[in-house]
Every structure is written in C-alpha cells, then in structure tokens.
Design a protein around this ligand. Structure first.
Ligand SMILES: NC(=O)c1ccc[n+]([C@@H]2O[C@H](COP(=O)([O-])OP(=O)(O)OC[C@H]3O[C@@H](n4cnc5c(N)ncnc54)[C@H](O)[C@@H]3O)[C@@H](O)[C@H]2O)c1
Length: 249
C-alpha cells in the first residue's frame, strides 16, 4: 500500500519541474493522477511514461472553462478528486514597480493567483462527493517575505495571495473534510531557476542558503506527498516553508 493509495489527484503545471516530480511520486505512492499543463508535448510524454494511473489534459490554469473540463475528465477517468496540487506558476518580468505594466501584473496574477481560486472552486464539489480531500497550493518564500534585489511586485502579490486563499478555504471547508495548505519553496533547481540564474548566480544562491545548497525537486515532493496523504489529516490552513533555512536568517 502506497501512502497515496486510492487518491485521485490533479496536478497543474506538471509537464516539467516540480510538478512533474510530484506526478512521478504520486504515481509511485499509489495515486491516480491527471497531469495538466499548457505544454502538451511534455505532458503527454510524462503521462505515457507513468502508465495507466496517469493521464494528461491540456489546461491553462487561468481558464475557468478549462478547469471545469479538467475536473470532469479526472472524475470520469479516475473518480472524484481527493487531491489538488496548484503548482503551475510563472515568475514574470524582473521589473521594478514603477516600470511594470498593468498587463504584465495582471498576467502574473492570473496564472499564479486566480488559478488557485478557480482550481479550488471547481474541485471542491468533487471533493465533497468524495467525502474530503487535500488542496496543496504552491506559493513561494516570496509569499512570506519580500526578496531584496529581485524586483517583482506581481510575483510577490500573487504568492502572498495564495497564502490568503489557502487559509480562507481551509476554514470554510474544514467541516467537509477538505484541507488546504500552502508550500513556500526557496531556491529549487528547475527551469524556472535556471532561466533566472546562470551558473554563477546558482553558486551565489547556494552559498546564501544556511543548508549550503539549493533545493531539488524531490525535496518539495516529499512535503507535497505528506500534505496530500492522510498522514497530515489534522493539518490545515498552514504554511510550509521549504528553503534550507533561507528565511530564518
Ligand atoms: N523553482 C523555484 O526556485 C521556485 C521557488 C519558489 C516557488 N516556485 C513555484 O513553484 C511552482 C513550480 O515551479 P517550477 O520551478 O517547477 O517551474 P517550471 O517553470 O519548471 O514549471 C512550471 C510549469 O508550469 C507550466 N505553466 C506555465 N504557465 C501555465 C499556465 N498558464 N497554465 C498551466 N500551466 C502553466 C509550464 O508549462 C511548466 O510546465 C511555481 O508556482 C513557482 O512559482 C518555484
């Protein structure tokens, strides 16, 4: 028996990076997983790699119609949804506030923040049918503190908002057996990080982390599996920082 045996999960932004690792771990722990992403090629390939308990559907997390279709597909294929991992996100332009366009601000908020509202809204009836579920919202340490030297007010706004949505949903649906928690990674080695930092930048980032390294996707999956599993059954409305001690400084 895996730690997620019988769970039905939707994971967003799961074609690569942390989301792909979550999908791999969820399958290994016995869950059925609907992998979703805008990257159809990588998403389809991952679902094929993971076998019969995995499926892929294209989902732009900022689309409400897309969410309704994805939840219906997950239910039809695997049964009512019992885990939602709101992982998809973009970093947006590293631009100081006075130079940031409204369009860029709204784009980042739509993908990082409105998506979490939409996914939660559409999954809750399915979780109620299942008798409960776990929502894990991937925020950032940018949802806990401001990051000096990295101008990005849209990312900060959206990631702080994810923390707020999480707490409110947790108290609204606790009696339905639906839990919601947020995860706040620091530097994690994915394409998002390597797009933002060159090798020298990663070295500097590693040196700034008390544990002495940047995080790996597996570090975050360990936490996400725990939060999706019944092992965390009394945990809701909480925020989990996973940053090697960076924000403890
Ligand atoms: N990597 C880090 O250091 C780090 C740190 C803190 C938080 N995070 C957060 O973790 C999450 C995952 O990040 P990652 O590093 O794995 O990123 P990544 O860029 O490697 O992967 C993100 C995935 O999201 C998908 N995506 C982008 N826009 C989408 C949309 N509109 N709809 C659906 N899918 C979309 C991409 O196609 C990609 O597959 C993000 O929410 C990110 O903000 C990352």
């Amino acid at each position: 028996m895996g730690r997620l045996s019988g769970k039905v999960a939707i994971i967003t932004g799961a074609a690569q990076g942390m989301g792909a690792e979550h999908a791999r771990r969820f399958i290994a722990e016995g869950a059925s997983v609907l992998i979703t992403d805008i990257d159809e090629e990588r998403g389809t390939a991952l679902a094929q790699e993971l076998g019969g308990r995995a499926a892929f559907t294209a989902l732009n997390v900022a689309s409400e119609a897309g969410w309704a279709a994805a939840v219906a597909l997950a239910e039809a294929r695997f049964g009512p949804v019992t885990a939602l991992i709101n992982n998809a996100g973009i970093i947006g332009a590293a631009t100081k506030c006075a130079d940031l366009s409204e369009d860029e601000f709204n784009k980042v908020c739509a993908i990082n923040q409105t998506s979490v509202f939409l996914g939660t809204k559409h999954v809750i009836p399915s979780m109620q049918r299942a008798g409960g579920g776990s929502i894990v919202n991937i925020s950032s340490i940018s949802g806990i503190v401001a990051i000096y030297g990295t101008p990005n007010v849209a990312y900060a706004a959206s990631k702080f908002a994810v923390r707020g949505i999480t707490k409110q949903v947790a108290i609204e649906y606790g009696k339905d057996g639906i839990r919601a928690n947020s995860v706040h990674p620091g530097y994690i080695k994915t394409k998002m990080m390597t797009d933002a930092l060159d090798d020298e930048g990663i070295k500097i980032a590693s040196a700034s982390v008390p544990i002495g390294r940047v995080g790996e996707v597996e570090d975050v999956s360990n936490l996400v599996v725990f939060l999706a599993s019944d092992e965390s059954g009394f945990i809701t409305g909480s925020e989990y920082i996973i940053d090697g001690g960076l924000t403890a400084l």
